[in-house]
Design a protein around this ligand. Structure first.
Ligand SMILES: [Zn+2]
Length: 111
């Protein structure tokens, strides 16, 4: 896929611009008896430096490298959320503990 064609601002627009000519080519070839089992497309820009743009061979790997990348990101986000929740819980608990400690100190001092 070419790097950011003129007037194209995002990956979704590149994918949209790709779809119609791609369908035309596939239908033309199908009319001549040529069938494809799958079409693999790199949705990245050259500047993304992904592993699926030529001369790299990411699209030839058995598993879609983008799916693997998305899974890794999802997992990282989930872990970040969980650790953020745990940090929030611990902070809330230590605030409660601090308040309780002050209450005990003031009670002991008879204030
Ligand atoms: Zn790519």
């Amino acid at each position: 896929m070419p790097d950011t064609p003129p007037g194209v601002r995002c990956v979704a627009e590149v994918a949209k611009a790709f779809e119609s000519p791609q369908q035309f080519i596939l239908e033309t070839l199908r009319s001549q008896g040529v069938e494809f089992d799958a079409v693999f497309v790199c949705p990245h820009f050259k500047s993304d430096g992904c592993g699926c743009r030529k001369p790299r061979a990411g699209l030839l790997l058995p598993e879609d490298p983008h799916r693997r990348e998305r899974k890794r990101k999802q997992l990282r986000r989930r872990r970040d959320k969980e650790s953020q929740r745990e940090r929030s819980r611990l902070e809330a608990q230590s605030r409660k503990d601090a308040v309780r400690a002050y209450e005990l100190v003031y009670a002991a001092l008879g204030a």
